[in-house]
Design a binder for this molecule. Sequence first.
Ligand code: ZN
Length: 395
Amino acid sequence: MTKTVFSNFNLFDGTGDSNDKNAWFAVDDETGKLLDRGTGTAPNGDSNVDLKSKYVMPGLFNVHCHIMSHPDTADGGANESETEAAVFSVQSLRTLLKSGVTFVRECGTTYDLDIKLKKMMDKGTLKHVPSLLPSGMAFSMTGGHGDGYHFSYIVDSPDEMRKAVRTGLKKGAKVIKMMATGGVMTPNDFMDDPQLSTEEMRAGVVEAHHKGLKAAAHAEGNPGIQNALDAGMDSIEHGFYVNEQEAEQMVKQHTYLTPTLIAELAIPKYGKKFLPDWEIKKAEDALDDTYRNFKMAYQKGVKFTLGTDAGTPFNGFDATPTELELMTKIGMSPAEVYRCSSINSADLCGVSDQRGTLEVGKYADFLVLDKDPLADVRNVSQKDKQVYLNGKREF
Ligand SMILES: [Zn+2]
């Protein structure tokens, strides 16, 4: 075994509120895991890296991505062939990694592309991309959010959901994504429309849990958020109109909330091309409502994760650091925002014993920044930051 010792840096390990000054850690070159860490004089490694008093923090999670979706086209590239979508997906993963994301959870991918890419990563034929938790295709109802273009299984009863989720799991899905409400900007599809029923979603949740896996619900408005909670979902994605009763239920059931604030911000921006002024105003008001609702939920103790819905209009794969900035508006300190990634997101993805925080025994996924991330979350947006995956430098 050989080891690399990194030394002379300020360490935020993703757990507390402060930096360890003059820190060092040793990484096993074969496994990519942290062997030891400390402060002061560093031990000698087989290789030694002086990080020159810079700032080290854990690599980010992004638990809500659509790697095949084009943020800069009106249809998201929905008519692409599988080959085109696959090439684009690999580029998206690289962009995510460069931005500082070392772990990606997909929330609906056409052609089950993410499952296929994950198999290539496990074989070692696809390298230099973040760790990936694949969802495969999502689960929706006839005419529901995401119905079309190889994106969803269409189910219209609990029995159909059971069979479809079992099929997804057989193919290799590691998280089950279901549509509890309509979305935005799609014709005849609104945030407040309830879609899959509680009974239909419950059947999917039970199947995911039988495999030790988690279920996530696209749920923007009510009563769909309530339906998703009653179905036993592990995370509410978007959750813009979460109310007090639902927030209390989330705390009790230990349900995470992925706010995807940057995706909602893109709605008024995107809509300006297509919509009348009053409708833009409605979208902007919805944004104000969202911050109010999220502040309430955060104060009640709801746990948030970090996810951007990357791939939706004007919401690219380099934007995860921007989501950190938006999350501070919910009332979180920088350290609290990072813990949504290092602790909460790692737990939601079922990898908290392996990744998330920079503790001995876990993988050395970390960022090296010029300025202190605890002083200002904007310091994570540094364009030429260093990104390490499993102890190896990628950027
Ligand atoms: Zn999404």
